[in-house]
Design a protein around this ligand. Sequence first.
Ligand SMILES: Cc1cc2nc3c(=O)[nH]c(=O)nc-3n(C[C@H](O)[C@H](O)[C@H](O)COP(=O)(O)O)c2cc1C
Length: 169
Amino acid sequence: MTHTTPTSALTAAAPDARSLRDALGRFATGVAFITATPDGKPTGLIVNSLTSVSLTPPLIAFCPSRHSLTWSRMRRAQRFAVNVLGRHHERFAMRATPAGTDRFAGLDWQPGHGGLPLLTDALATLECEIVAEHPTGDHWIVVGRVDNLRTSPIKDPLVFFAGALGALK
Ligand SMILES: Cc1cc2nc3c(=O)[nH]c(=O)nc-3n(C[C@H](O)[C@H](O)[C@H](O)COP(=O)(O)O)c2cc1C
């Protein structure tokens, strides 16, 4: 069986960015703080585009914008950590989202292997080596190989749905 795109799908009108955001906003996700230490300086980016890719080998991916100044610095580190955020991080996530803010101000973290910033109260942390970075549309697809992880017993995630942060229940 082949997997080709029918011509009708190729000629259909492309959805505008607002409609696409609204539709995908109905897909509830968690929220993560991706961290790295390019040039020894703790740096981080809030994302909801995190996904698992492969169990063997252990691969994950997330999608930073190609306009992200923060990611353009972070990628130099060749390694990053995923900090899965909990409901208790809601105010932090709102404060840390605008470009140009000091995202580590007042944050409680410890260095992991190679100095990757790991939040002490994250629901899980995964330390990764960048194994691929694919330019795709206006974002990158960054694939990381997990070489260290830690899971917390806390089961109260931060959730992103319909453009708003919230809790699961
Ligand atoms: C819940 C949430 C999810 C986000 N997910 C992403 C994402 O997956 N990719 C991305 O590039 N930016 C995402 N952002 C925006 C970035 O966190 C950040 O605001 C943006 O990249 C501008 O900052 P920068 O110039 O420092 O990169 C998200 C923001 C929020 C609040």
